[in-house]
Design a protein around this ligand. Structure first.
Ligand code: SAM
Ligand code: SF4
Length: 429
């Protein structure tokens, strides 16, 4: 999501006469787009800022700005804590950037962290940064209304709002016409996407939006993230079945396998509800790739709760899991209501156990694919060799194969001959 936001920022700046450079030494203006989701993410930002300190000494006119969630969370306090920062700009204030830069150029510190109820940057065509020219992110909504007790997002990104469906379709059409072959529709909770199409007098749900994007061309692949287990509908699953170009892959974060912990997390579903959703996915889309997010050591988590998380992972057979230990975030419901009472070494030990289980599961999931044939969208050369290409299959698994006459943006049928824990290796057929 930050990646997509940086592309909006680049577009706003480009309109105002700025250009991008990959060489930090050449820059007169540096923006760092930040994440507050865990303390570690914030530490990474602060470390990165120290790298700019010596540069700023040699280039006194250079401006440094902090964008995104950390700017929103810390506001003007950021400027007191990090003296080299000249601008602090929250995720809904990017249109004000040209004025804020002017203000900062006079030597004043510039801050705008106002959150909006309706800003979606719908009319801004993002400038694609570091693009492979084949796959792109398209933001369909901003903010979040789900108050998961551990999560800082509702505070840093504000209320949920959906973007005008027409502008989304136009952006996807434009990408397709410019050679892109895959779009990932992005939102914190895509299933609660909702737009009133006044022209057609029609309420557009996420499934309908996805269908409209899929209809742009059978050659345009559609992905989406993130689905919330409480909201993912059968309508979405049926639409996935109906269109070959909507990828059979769902990121369905569960966070914990214990209903007691899920309740404390305010996820508004139980272990049983989640399992029923996974069963329904597998029933309607048997070859669907499935991934999740997991948190270990949330407040009061017992050894039994942890074992329930592991058993849920065994049940769901995730192809991919993003796993973290709980990091208390100031201002969240959990920080206000509960004690962060699980010692760090216990959180980390549980995380290690989870990671170990997941490694075994991913390897097994990859091995199951050996011998199968997949349609792969080529994204570029493999990291290891320019004689090989890499791309992803429907289920979002990376596939590497000899390049032959194929090129970026092609669809290639690849027969899988072997695998590692993270890559399928095959031959084109
Ligand atoms: N909207 C998505 C959802 O509800 O699944 C998740 C978005 S959040 C930006 C990404 C992931 O970060 C979450 O799914 C959760 O696993 C993790 N996360 C969020 N807050 C956390 C915290 N305080 N400590 C550890 N992990 C956290
Ligand atoms: Fe955070 Fe929950 Fe919203 Fe996801 S759904 S962004 S975890 S509050």
């Amino acid at each position: 999501m930050n990646f997509a936001d940086s592309e909006v920022v680049a577009s706003i700046l480009m309109e105002n006469g700025f250009g991008a450079t990959k060489e930090v030494e050449q820059a007169d203006l540096i923006f760092i787009n930040t994440c507050s989701i865990r303390e570690k993410a914030e530490q990474t930002v602060r470390k990165r800022l120290t790298e700019f300190r010596s540069l700023k000494k040699t280039k006194p006119g250079m401006l440094v700005g902090v964008l995104g969630c950390m700017a929103e969370r810390l506001k003007a306090q950021f400027i007191e804590e990090e003296k080299l920062v000249d601008l602090v700009v929250g995720p809904d204030a990017y249109r004000a950037l040209p004025n804020l830069i002017e203000e900062a150029e006079t030597g004043q510190k510039a801050v705008n962290v106002l959150l909006s109820r309706d800003e979606t940057y719908a009319d801004i065509a993002p400038i694609r940064l570091n693009s492979n020219g084949v796959t792109a992110f398209v933001s369909i909504m901003r903010g979040c209304n789900n108050m998961c007790s551990f999560c800082v997002v509702p505070f840093t990104r504000g209320r949920e709002r959906s973007r005008d469906a027409v502008s989304i379709i136009n952006e996807c059409k434009d990408l397709f016409e410019n050679g892109y072959r895959e779009v990932t529709l992005l939102g914190q909770n895509v299933d609660s996407y909702y737009w009133m199409d006044e022209e057609k007098n029609e309420q557009v749900t996420f499934a309908m939006l996805m269908e409209r994007v899929a209809l742009i061309s059978p050659l345009l692949r559609v992905r989406f993230s993130t689905s919330h287990p409480k909201d993912i509908t059968d309508e979405v699953l049926h639409t996935m079945v109906k269109y070959d170009n909507i990828c059979n892959y769902i990121h369905l974060p569960v966070q914990s396998g214990s209903s007691r912990v899920l309740q404390l997390m305010n996820r508004t579903y139980t272990r049983e509800w989640y399992i029923a959703r996974v069963d329904r996915i597998k029933e309607l889309i048997p070859d669907c790739g499935l991934s999740t997010d997991m948190i270990t050591g949330f407040c009061t988590e017992t050894e039994d709760d942890h074992l329930e998380s592991l058993s849920l992972m065994r049940y769901c057979h995730y192809d991919l899991a993003y796993m973290y230990f709980y990091s208390e975030r100031p201002g969240t419901l959990a920080a206000r209501r509960f004690t962060d009472d699980i010692p760090e070494e216990v959180k980390k030990r549980r995380l290690q156990e989870m990671v170990a289980l997941h490694r075994l599961q991913t390897l097994a999931s990859m091995q199951k694919d050996v011998g199968k044939t997949f349609k792969v969208l080529v994204e570029g050369f493999s990291k290891r060799s320019e004689d090989d290409l890499y791309g992803r299959n429907d289920q979002n698994k990376v596939v590497v194969f000899p390049k032959g006459e194929f090129k970026k943006g092609d669809y290639v049928m690849v027969n899988i001959t072997s695998c590692t824990a993270g890559t399928l290796i095959g031959l084109p057929i």
